[in-house]
Ligand binder design. Sequence first.
Ligand code: PLP
Ligand code: COI
Length: 329
Amino acid sequence: MGYALKETEYRYRAYTKNGVWQVGKLTTDKYISIHEGSNVFHYGQALFEGLKAYKTKAGKIQLFRPDLNFIRINEGLRRLVAPELPEDLFFAAIIEVVKANQDDIPEYGNGQSLYIRPFVIGQGMNLGVKPSDEYLFSVFCAPVGTYFAGGLQALDFVTTDYDRASANGTGQVKVAGNYAASLYPRSIAKSAGYAGVIYLDPLTHSKIDEVGAANFFGITHDNVLVTPQSSSILPSITKRSILYIAEHMLGMKVEERDCFIDNISEFKEGGACGTAAIITPLKSVTHKGKVTQFGDGKVGSTIKKIYDILVGIYYGDIEAPEGWIREIK
Ligand code: PLP
Ligand code: COI
């Protein structure tokens, strides 16, 4: 089951008819039966999102910035020449799935949450390379703990010569093929004992791009939060939130700019951030055999402060900036 702690009972399915999304419904069927000639099997016309529902101390259920997942899934659909999802369908599916599976939302206080996975696939017989005529949109969910090791713990990462995405390719959207491309470099890093890989920019391999399925950020010795700007990384909602927290809640200077791997020691702390990764501090980065450790190898104090605010907002312990939280009633 990988990252999931258990399977849940209900999922939502909706289909297109003549290229137009139709209202869908909940089902308990975990299996999808589609034509063997479907684009999802051959030409990778598949896209997903990831967001979480959290239970607050008072027992409320809340989503973190789901409006940004909605915008991003439609950016991805445009890139895949698939019909964009209407906002009411996207939210109805998520809300219905969360409510139907609400007994499986982990209780407040144990660091767990309900991971929600919306996805779209191109289906129907289609042998030539062209966009599908028919699509499925589905949402399922599963309770999860932390993606990397348990709790807030600093981990070792290694750079790779492989690319997950090309400079003008599909790195900025959550298309399935990016993740297929990441499996081999990930497996090499895992077998060598690392928590995961650091991708470098595909054109020059001199700048940090991403940390597996998470964005990179570093804290310089004079306490500036820096995160890469690149055409091949996924624009992370967590990263955007961390930039805001650092700048507006902690009064830090923030920069989006190149992070040269040969200058990694400009950072006293390094982190990976994402919905699944939350904030995972980097203990060290190994690049071409050279190990650079951040600070004393423990969780740095600035990352800890940002983490506490972010997680406080997730679980309703800290007041969120305007529009970040959507309660499910
Ligand atoms: N980068 C990649 C490749 C990802 O798959 C994810 C996960 O969604 C992220 C970064 C983090 O993005 P977000 O914070 O929006 O979850
Ligand atoms: C996410 O953080 O939502 C991801 O996409 C990471 C992963 C589970 C693929």
